[in-house]
Every structure is written in C-alpha cells, then in structure tokens.
Write a new protein. Structure first.
Length: 191
C-alpha cells in the first residue's frame, strides 16, 4: 500500500487509532527468528530500505488512473487537431478499437478511422493533391464522403456495397444465433 493511503487513514481516524493504541498493550514478538522464509523476507526488506529510490512498479491507484483519464479527456475535448477521429470517438479509452486476423485489413480500417489514407482531403493536407475535392462531385473527399456520400464514383459505390453486405451478413448471423438460442429455450420449456 502507498504512503498516501496511510496518511489518509490517519487523517480520518486519529481519535479511534489513538484510543485503540492507548487501550492496547504492545508486545514485541521475535517472529522472524529461526524461520527460513521469514529470515529471507526480513533480509530482502532490509536490502530494499537501503535503496535510494523505489524500483518496483506497483501500478496506479484507482484515483490516480481516474485523474489521468479525466485530464486526457479534457485535452481530447479541447484539442484543435484530430477532429475526424474525435467525431468517431467522443471519449478517450485504452481499449483496442479494432482487431482482425488479417493485419492488412486491420491497417486499412485503422487508417480509415484516423482519416490518414489516400483520399483527396488527406492528400491535400500533406500537399499531395491540389484541392482535396472529389473528382466526381467536387465536394471535399473525406473518408465519410468516400464511404457514404459520393454517388458518382464507382469505387465508392463498390466499397459501400461491400460494407452493407458485411453489415447485413453480421446482422443475419446474429439473428440466426438469437433464433437458435430462443428455439433451444422454447424446447427446454416444453420438456
């Protein structure tokens, strides 16, 4: 446990602790003497006290982690860059956003989520495209435009069709699983 915990506990209950100590008899018991494991523990503890710094990482206390996430969220909300990704992810998180067995697919999805892919708006940001507009409808060619808005581009339409296919396929699979589970439950109820 950390020192701050003991300081907090002492600050909360000084009267109770003092009363408990006053009413108690303190007796020293030489518990480490002659017991091999305890002797080793005592030796290691004494060695540790001689070190100038703590070199064991014990992680963060929950309150420290919450403070860090709150601070991170504040910076995330007020940052001037990353608006594309912020529109997808409103809150910060340490969770992995997307995993796929194919590393190639994972990279493509991550680039699309970050808006850092070969789409004209991004290419314009890095001075690789003159205006960042879609060559078919002359609107800014962002990831959102490419995937959901542009009706004039055959590539966009093909990508959109494939996305809708996979979305519907996953809904059908979930629906089948739910139906199978409800069928099993209804059979159990009949028995």
């Amino acid at each position: 446990m950390r020192v701050t915990f003991f300081i907090q506990m002492w600050g909360r209950w000084p009267d109770r602790l003092a009363a408990a100590l006053w009413a108690s008899d303190l007796v020293w018991l030489p518990s480490h003497i002659g017991i091999k494991g305890n002797e080793l523990a005592d030796s290691l503890a004494n060695t540790a006290t001689a070190k100038p710094d703590i070199d064991v990482n014990i992680g963060l206390e929950l309150s420290e982690a919450r403070h860090i996430v709150t601070k991170w969220q504040h910076f995330w909300n007020h940052e001037t860059t990353g608006s594309h990704y912020r529109s997808l992810e409103k809150t910060v998180s340490t969770k992995v956003k997307y995993l796929h067995p194919s590393r190639h697919t994972e990279v493509i999805i991550t680039k699309l989520r970050l808006g850092k892919c070969c789409i004209n708006a991004y290419l314009h940001q890095i001075d690789k495209h003159q205006d960042g507009l879609c060559q078919h409808c002359y609107k800014p060619e962002t990831v959102t435009h490419f995937l959901t808005e542009c009706c004039n581009n055959a590539t966009c339409s093909a990508v959109r069709a494939k996305i809708y296919y996979y979305i519907n396929k996953s809904k059908v699979i979930k629906l089948k699983k739910n139906n199978n589970n409800s069928n099993k439950n209804s059979k159990k109820n009949l028995m």
